[in-house]
Structures are given as structure tokens and as C-alpha cells.
Design a protein around this ligand. Structure first.
Ligand code: LMR
Length: 400
């Protein structure tokens, strides 16, 4: 009898499976519209100008690579807080925000889930239907229970706001409500500023606990607008969790840079939250990695680099907006499918409404890989593959 006799095949994440499938595809013309990464017009993951400049500074410093404190790099934590909360840090939020550097956005979500489970074991986290495929299992892995609220109307391609509001209004106090701050993954359908304002009132009234996932800041309506829900909810005086990823906004995917910020009711609570988070990460990976954090901290801490980073991020956002229109023009209106969603949705993704069978046909017949739930990464469409992508979409919708 061996320990490994009990081994069973483990369920694989569909997003990472599609990436794996793409890598193994021998066809030269293959196109990866699966995993959420931004590619430039030439199909390359960019090295952003400000990040390249920061890299030079980091390499010139010739310093040893010792351990960071468990909290992470001070400049990264301060930079994340300044992006999220701005001037309020010096005012109403002074001392009440606890921020830890994390292993990307996923690390921030898991850490937040662990904190919640320590404070309220088995608490319920309500998430949008649908949501990022990795959300439910990440919260469950920390011991929390998962529930859903209606979010996306497949028939209209819009947020089903009335149903969502009704569901939130019926949630018991203390329920954690997971929200995508911007660029909803996978649907690309976001709440309007007016809906956010109404939701914030409702969350406060019902004593609910908002948990914002901010993975695509800057890719929706611009950095200021995309981070506005954070400031709106922080101003409500509720406990608030914000999981920030720098993977997409700095194109630092493999560096795993993120941050978890928790807004407490007092400075004492914030200190205890920091201690709690440190004790959790110590038992998982001890201390966070240095290199990516140094890059982000260098950019955010230098006004010139920071301005250049913002400008380049905005140009990346605008490239996706242009690509959405260009793809819509190419798939045209003669298809059997309404592709109007392409220009209505925001961020890296379009939720196509295509069936699993149609997605599988695009892969088999045209080497166009995407997630089987119909999610297409628009940021991977460029001048050299757009005609092929449009032809594949037309083919599977005309005959499918
Ligand atoms: C995605 O949704 O494709 C990205 O957030 C990458 C990932 O880890 O799934």
C-alpha cells in the first residue's frame, strides 16, 4: 500500500488548459485568444517603457537579493495604496488601510479569503454568475462557502442590474460580495457609475462585506474610472477587501506582483490585519519575491516613470478598443450571430455567446484557441490574425 495509491486525476483549470493546448498545437498559424494577456499590434507581450527604465535602475543598483519583510516591499505597498485610494490616504483613510504584497492577483484573493475564514470560518462569498473560472475554487480552498448572484443576461449581453440588486438586497448581513472593479472577467460587461453608487448604498445598508477584484485596472474606461469603485466603497466606512494585480497593467505576468489591501474601521484593526496577513503568508510561502515588486515600486515612486506608464497603459487600452471595432467590421452583419457585443464590452475579454461546440470547431478548423465557455481575449487580436479570427467566427456562426 503506497501513499500514492490514492492519487486521482485532478480537475484542471479550463483557462490554463486552453493555454496548454495552444502550446502543444503544432500548426504554424495557431492563435491564442485564451489566457488573459495583453499583446501588442505585433502579437508580442510588451515590455513597457517605464518598466524597461525601472529594470535598468534595478540592475544598476548592484544590491544583494535578501529577504523582504513579510509585508513586502514598502514602495510597492505605498504605490498600490496611492493608485487605489489617492488623496483619501492622507485624510479619511489615514492609518486604516492594511496592504500586503502578494503573489499576483490570485495570491491576493487567496490571502483575503484566508483572512475572512479566520475571522468568520465558513463565511459565504457571493459571486457573479458567471465569474472568473478560478474564483469559486480559490475561495473554497480557504474554507469559505460560495454562492452566486445574477449578473449577466445572455440574451441582451448586458448586466441584469435589477436582478442583481434584488439578490444583493436579500443577502444576510456579513455576506462577502465579490465584485469585479472593472473589465468583468469573463463577460466584459461592467456596472455603470450610477449602478455602482446604488450598490455601494445597498452594501452599507445591508452590512455586507465588499471584496473587489481589480485585475485589469486601466483597460476598461481608464485608470481613474477603473479604480473609482475602490474609493467609492472605501468612503462608505465598510470593511473592504481589494485584490490588485499588476500582471496586466505592467505586463509583468510571470513576476507575480500583486497586493491585498484591506480597509479597516480603525488604525488598531489595520495593524492587527497586517499581523494576521503576515502570519498567514509565513505558513504558505514565507516572504514575497523581490524583482517584480522592485520594478512596480520604481515606476510608481517616480513621477516621470509613473506618468509614462499611465500613458502607455492608456494606449494599450485604446488599441483594444480599436481592435473591437475592427473585428466587428470584419465579422460584419451578415453572420447568423449578433456580434454587437464586441464594442459594448470592456477590457481584455469578449464573451461571445458561442457554444462549447463552436469554440471547439474554431480550434479544430482554424487553430483559434480560446476558453470553451466562449470567452475570447480581444487583446490578443492583431493585424496579422484578425482576418483569420473573423473568418473563424463567421464560419462557426453561419453554419453552427
Ligand atoms: C485569465 O483569466 O485568463 C487571467 O486572469 C489569467 C489566469 O490566471 O486565469
Amino acid at each position: 500500500m503506497s501513499l500514492f495509491d490514492a492519487l486521482q486525476p485532478a480537475t484542471q483549470d479550463p483557462i490554463l488548459l486552453s493555454f496548454q493546448d495552444f502550446m502543444a498545437d503544432p500548426r504554424a498559424e495557431k492563435t491564442n485568444l485564451g489566457v488573459g494577456m495583453y499583446y501588442d499590434a505585433q502579437g508580442r507581450i510588451p515590455v513597457m517603457r517605464a518598466v524597461a527604465a525601472a529594470e535598468e535602475q534595478v540592475m544598476q543598483r548592484q544590491a544583494p537579493w535578501g529577504y523582504l519583510m513579510s509585508e513586502g516591499l514598502p514602495g510597492l505597498r505605498a504605490g498600490a495604496e496611492s493608485l487605489l485610494f489617492g488623496d483619501a490616504l492622507a485624510g479619511s483613510l489615514r492609518g486604516r488601510v492594511a496592504t500586503l504584497q502578494t503573489l499576483g492577483g490570485t495570491g491576493a484573493i487567496r490571502l483575503g479569503a484566508e483572512v475572512i475564514n479566520r475571522l468568520q470560518p465558513g463565511a459565504v462569498v457571493a459571486m457573479s454568475r458567471p465569474t472568473w473560472l478560478n474564483h469559486p475554487s480559490t475561495f473554497q480552498a480557504a474554507g469559505l462557502q460560495v454562492a452566486e448572484y445574477p449578473y449577466y443576461d445572455r440574451a441582451t449581453g448586458e448586466v441584469e442590474w435589477a436582478a442583481m440588486r434584488e439578490a444583493v438586497a436579500a443577502m444576510p448581513a456579513g455576506t462577502v460580495v465579490l465584485l469585479h472593479a472593472c473589465c468583468h472577467n469573463p463577460t466584459g460587461a461592467d456596472l455603470s457609475p450610477g449602478q455602482w453608487a446604488e450598490l455601494a448604498d445597498l452594501l452599507a445598508e445591508r452590512r455586507l462585506v465588499p471584496f473587489l477584484d481589480l485585475a485589469y485596472g486601466g483597460f476598461g474606461d481608464g485608470l481613474e474610472a477603473d479604480t473609482a469603485p475602490v474609493r467609492l466603497l472605501a468612503a462608505k466606512g465598510l470593511p473592504l477587501f481589494v485584490a490588485t494585480s499588476f500582471s496586466k497593467s505592467f505586463a509583468l505576468y510571470g513576476e507575480r506582483v500583486g497586493a491585498l489591501s484591506v480597509v479597516a474601521e480603525s488604525a488598531e484593526q489595520a495593524t492587527m490585519l497586517t499581523e494576521t496577513m503576515k502570519s498567514i503568508t509565513r505558513n504558505i510561502y514565507s516572504t514575497p519575491p523581490t524583482h517584480g515588486a522592485l520594478l512596480v515600486a520604481t515606476v510608481l515612486g517616480d513621477p516621470v516613470l509613473r506618468a509614462d506608464w499611465r500613458a502607455e497603459l492608456e494606449s494599450m487600452r485604446l488599441r483594444i478598443v480599436g481592435t473591437r471595432q475592427a473585428l466587428l467590421d470584419r465579422v460584419g452583419r451578415n453572420s447568423g450571430h449578433d456580434f454587437g457585443f464586441l464594442t459594448r464590452q470592456k477590457g481584455l475579454f469578449s464573451y461571445s455567446g458561442l457554444s462549447v461546440a463552436q469554440m471547439q470547431r474554431m480550434k479544430a478548423e482554424a487553430a483559434v484557441h480560446a476558453v470553451e465557455d466562449g470567452r475570447i481575449c480581444m487583446a490578443a487580436v492583431n493585424e496579422s490574425n484578425i482576418d483569420r479570427v473573423a473568418a473563424a467566427l463567421r464560419a462557426v456562426t453561419q453554419e453552427g
